[in-house]
Ligand binder design. Structure first.
Ligand code: AKG
Ligand code: FE2
Length: 254
């Protein structure tokens, strides 16, 4: 293989999530560089891009889709399953990786034992998301699949007066085709956000907490990541699902 060529596209799942733990973070976060193949990435991106226009919600810089639907008062009104292209291959792989001997997968202790909601965010270069917490609607396990481009997700601490310390405590680099799982204190105690940058800078073994788990650290040896459009799929379990959901008329569904 030449020094500039990419390694071949392979799926590489750990036999236990422990192998993928980001050890510099409080319990627990996991990073799997190769959760889907190139072909699977392309197929999902194609589905995202060709979704009906009404599926997209346009914010100032970013646009997003929610599947199967938005939440209303923290409740999922639409109890239809996720579409097949969001279910396969991602959910089945997620549910196939043990956390420990007594925990067969990461959603073992969530109310529906699986993710029932996917938020799709599209970030062109120079686009980010303000530091925030994900709030009370979800079980505190967040599974994010990244497509199309790498970027850094930052984790922030609230200061004692409630203000956000603008300097991130940790930075996680998410490569395309990767899966990041964050849980527990990282959900409840810390904030996460993405800076609106054209280029992530100053990246190294010392500044990126998952450096040892990256697929291609050599691509960033100058410390830089030139962003292209990155699409993320955020899989979560919404705690409350309306029993009426399946009975709502088409007017209430998107
Ligand atoms: O795109 C991401 O990785 C983060 C998205 C996010 O934090 C959110 O939508 O709540
Ligand atoms: Fe979030």
């Amino acid at each position: 293989m030449g020094s500039n060529s990419q390694p071949p596209s392979v799926i590489n799942l750990p036999t236990s999530l422990e192998e993928s733990r980001i050890t510099a973070l409080p319990p627990a976060a996991y990073y799997i560089a190769d959760v889907i193949s190139d072909e699977e990435e392309k197929a999902i991106l194609q589905k995202v891009e060709t979704a009906p226009k009404a599926r997209w919600r346009q914010l100032t810089h970013r646009r997003l889709q929610t599947w199967p639907s938005d939440l209303v008062k923290n409740t999922l009104l639409d109890s239809r399953p996720l579409p097949d292209w969001l279910e396969q291959p991602v959910v089945s792989r997620l549910l196939s990786i043990p956390v420990s001997e007594s925990e067969p997968h990461i959603f073992t202790n969530s109310p529906h034992s699986r993710p029932n909601h996917v938020l799709i965010n599209e970030y062109p270069p120079n686009t980010g998301i303000m530091p925030h917490k994900d709030g009370g609607a979800y079980h505190p396990v967040v599974c994010t699949v990244s497509l199309g481009s790498s970027l850094c997700l930052n984790l922030y601490k609230s200061k004692d007066d409630g203000a956000i310390d603008p300097e991130p405590v940790w930075r996680i680099l998410q490569e395309p085709r990767s899966l990041l799982i964050t849980t527990a204190d990282l959900y409840t105690e810390y904030l996460h956000g993405i800076e609106p940058l054209e280029t992530d800078v100053n990246m190294s073994e010392d500044t990126i907490v998952n450096w040892n788990l990256l697929r291609s650290p050599e691509l960033y040896k100058d410390g830089l990541n030139q962003r292209e459009t990155r699409v993320s799929l955020t899989y979560r379990d919404v705690l409350k699902v309306s029993k009426l959901g399946g009975k709502l008329g088409p007017m209430f569904k998107k």
